[in-house]
Design a protein around this ligand. Sequence first.
Ligand code: NAD
Length: 298
Amino acid sequence: MNYKNITVAGSGVLGYQIAFQTAFHGFCVTVYDITDENLEKAKNKFNNLGEAYKKDLKATQRQIDKTHRNLKYTSNLAEAVKDADLLIEAVPENPAIKIDFYKTLAKVAPEKTVFVTNSSTLLPSQFAESTGRPSKFLALHFANTVWIHNTAEIMGHATTNPQIFNDIIDFAKAIGMLPLPLYKEQPGYILNSLLVPLINAATALLVNEVAKPETIDKTWMKATGAPLGPFAILDIVGITTAYNIDKIAANKTKDPLKIKTVAYLKEHYIDKNKLGVSTGEGFYKYPNPAFKNPNFLK
Ligand code: NAD
C-alpha cells in the first residue's frame, strides 16, 4: 500500500471524523462536499474534534496543528480527486445520491484512484458498476466516534481485486483502526449481524413482560463479562433508531411482536422523550446510569 493522498467525499457526521483521523495519521487529506458552506461547517467541527483527540487520545497541540495542516478543502470534485490514491465516500445513505455521485466521480477521477464506501446498510455490489472500476471498489466501514470506536469493517464484492482488499487492510491499520476483513458481502457487516438480533431478542423479552431491562442487562453482563447490556447499548444508539427500524419492519411484515414492540416503545419511551443518552433518560438515567454502579451486579 503506497497511498499518500486521500480524498473524503461528504463532510457530515462520519465524513469529517474519517478525514480528521486520516490527517491525524499523517496522510494528505482533501475534504470534498457539495457546497463551501458545508465545508465551513466541517472546519468548525474539526476544531472541536482536536479538543476531543487531546482529551481522549492525549494528543498534543503540535499533533493537532499538524493534522490541520494535512487537511485541504474543495467543493469541486475534479479538483478534489485529481491526485487521489484513495477516495473514501461518506455521502448520504441514499442509493440514488450514491449512484449519481459515483457516476460523476468515475468521469473525473484518475485511473489509479481506489474508491471505498462507508455505507452502513447498502452493499458495494449495488454501486460497483456505477464506479466504472469495480475491481478497485469495496466497503470500508467506520463506526461513529472513529477515534474511540476504531473499528474498520472491510468488505469487497464479487470482483474486488484481492490485492486492493489487502491494501485497504493496511491503510486501515495505518490510520489507527482495527481492520476487520469480511470475505463475503454481508448486509450489516459483522457488528450489526450480531447486534441487531441481540437487541431484538432483548426487546422481545421486555415487551412480552418476561423480565425488566435491568435484569436482562445484568444477565448479559454477568454471564458473558460484557461491560454493557443490550438496553444500555440501545440508550447509546438512541431508542428512536430502534423504533424507526421496528416501525418499518412492522409495516412490512405485520409481525404481531413487531407491532407490539412499536406500540410499547412509543408509549413508554418516544412519547415521554426518553430517547436514551441524548435526552438524559432512556432505559437508564444519565449521567450516572445504574449499570455503572459497582453494586449493579451484586
Ligand atoms: P450526513 O448526512 O451527516 O453527511 C453526508 C454529507 O454528504 C453531508 O455533508 C452532505 O452535504 C454531503 N453530500 C450530499 N450529497 C453529496 C454529494 N453528491 N457529494 C458529496 N457530498 C455530498 O451522513 P453521515 O451520517 O455522515 O453518513 C454518511 C455515510 O456514512 C452513509 O453512507 C452512512 O451509512 C455511513 N455511516 C454513518 C454512520 C453514522 O453513525 N452516522 C456510521 C457509519 C457509517
